[in-house]
Design a protein around this ligand. Structure first.
Ligand code: NAP
Ligand code: MG
Length: 402
């Protein structure tokens, strides 16, 4: 059988622990036999990040700017315990944070929907994609405790010397204080990424804030989204037959629970953090959630939404066979290959990505599943297999259909 050819290499970002093992298995069992895989390889595994003083992470993000499409394995974000475990030189920053900062991207997360796994929300028929603003708000705040009676002000000192003071509160006893910010440029680029993505998947875009309470801060988000929409997107949305819909965050949450799904939900940073976990768990499993980082100028980095599955990895190291679900990591590969195919005009590469996704969904529908899915599947009979067995079952289907 001749293998499918590629033109431009994918940026391949390898990672850690159980997902690193799955990464290799996916390549060996499902990619190399069918595709003449071209990648520019970056080892983002923690030992190599430490050895390169984390320069490998920056280099991989820069390669993504150059080549346009990356696929990333889950990586460890070190904490004190990891510094000890891996004898690290220092507590390196989150690779995802570093890559996101370089690509200035927005993260879109969507569940992988299979007919036999019914979401806990009975009305949801199609996936809900969450777009999370990845800059500012409470994630870049300044906080302090007030330990007695005090007056607290917001003080803005402009470069030209002007000073503006806004009273926050007159404390008559102890309390807490928080200052946060966002940037017009970041909100605009978030808005553009969301409108562009909604157009590319031909789905409505929802956006919500609490602008009735936060009349300046949240209202700025609402106004900038409106401005970006009017400036070039309204006409294209009309043409594509999709809508932009703005409402209050509490109304949005209520509507989401009653909806059929099938739209992109743009969320402020904190809302996106919380709501993506809600959507993921309502759809069954974090292992069935994909994630793609899209930069405003259309560079893509595909990954799984879950971590390195440490608990399974420790069992693997003890020689146990684990049944870790590779679907999200596999869909990161198919997403990246499809996008590469689109950009390079390679129809057979796009077709391969579709067929591989189909084969994996059919494998689950036929009742061959990993352990996490067994209790969720609405099927008369399921057979739980280990990760390798699951990937081999997909390969068999793919070969049979090819
Ligand atoms: P995790 O790796 O997502 O795993 C948490 C638990 O969720 C697992 O123990 C497992 O539950 C279940 N799970 C997750 N993915 C699964 C899969 N593919 N198949 C089956 N079950 C799955 O989160 P964590 O244990 O909190 O974090 C581990 C490491 O990952 C940390 O070092 C963290 O820094 C890193 N992390 C990386 C990323 C990223 O690179 N994008 C994201 C999050 C976390 P059971 O044990 O009950 O089976
Ligand atoms: Mg979260």
């Amino acid at each position: 059988m001749t293998k499918i050819a590629m033109k431009t290499p994918l940026v391949e970002m390898d990672g850690d622990e159980m997902t690193r093992i799955i990464w290799q298995q996916i390549k060996d069992i499902l990619l190399h036999p069918f595709v003449d895989l071209k990648t520019e390889y970056y080892d983002l595994g923690l030992p190599n990040r430490d050895a390169t003083d984390d320069r490998v992470t920056t280099a991989s993000a820069e390669a993504t700017l150059r080549l346009g499409v990356a696929v990333k394995c889950a990586t460890i974000t070190p904490n004190a315990q990891r510094v000890e475990e891996y004898k690290l030189k220092k507590m390196w920053k989150s690779p995802n944070g570093t890559i996101r900062a370089i690509l200035d991207g927005t993260v879109f997360r969507a569940p992988i929907v299979v007919d036999c796994i019914r979401p806990f929300v009975a009305s949801w028929k199609r996936p809900i994609t969450i777009a999370r603003h990845a800059y500012g708000d409470v994630y870049r705040d300044a906080e302090t405790r007030v330990d007695g009676p005090a007056r607290a002000d917001l003080v803005v000192t402009y470069a030209d010397g002007r000073v503006e003071t806004v009273r926050i509160h007159d404390f008559d006893g102890p309390g807490v204080l928080l200052g946060m910010h966002n940037l017009d440029a970041s909100i605009r680029s978030f808005a553009r990424a969301c409108f562009t993505y909604a157009l590319s998947v031909r789905q409505d875009l929802w956006f919500a804030t609490k602008d009735t309470i936060s009349k300046t801060y949240d209202h700025r988000f609402k106004d900038l989204f409106e401005e970006v929409f009017e400036d070039g997107f309204r006409a294209r949305f009309k043409e594509a037959g999709i809508e932009y819909f703005y409402t209050l965050i509490d109304d949005a949450v209520a509507r989401v629970m009653r909806s059929e799904g099938g739209y992109v939900w743009a969320c402020k940073n904190y809302d996106g953090d919380v709501m993506s976990d809600m959507v993921a768990s309502a759809c069954g499993s974090l292992a069935m959630m994909t994630s793609v980082l899209v930069s405003p100028d259309g560079k893509y980095e595909f990954e799984a939404a879950h971590g390195t599955v440490t608990r399974h990895y420790y069992r693997h190291l003890k020689g146990e066979r684990t049944s870790t679900n590779p679907m999200a990591t596999l869909f990161a590969w198919t997403g990246a290959l499809r996008k590469r195919g689109e950009l390079d005009g390679l129809a057979d590469l796009q077709d391969f990505a579709d067929r591989l996704e189909c084969a994996s969904l059919e494998t689950i529908l036929a009742g061959t599943v990993t352990g996490d899915l067994a209790p969720l599947c609405d099927l008369p009979k399921v057979e739980v297999v280990d990760t390798k067995g699951f990937l081999e079952a997909i390969a068999a289907r793919l070969s049979a259909g090819a």
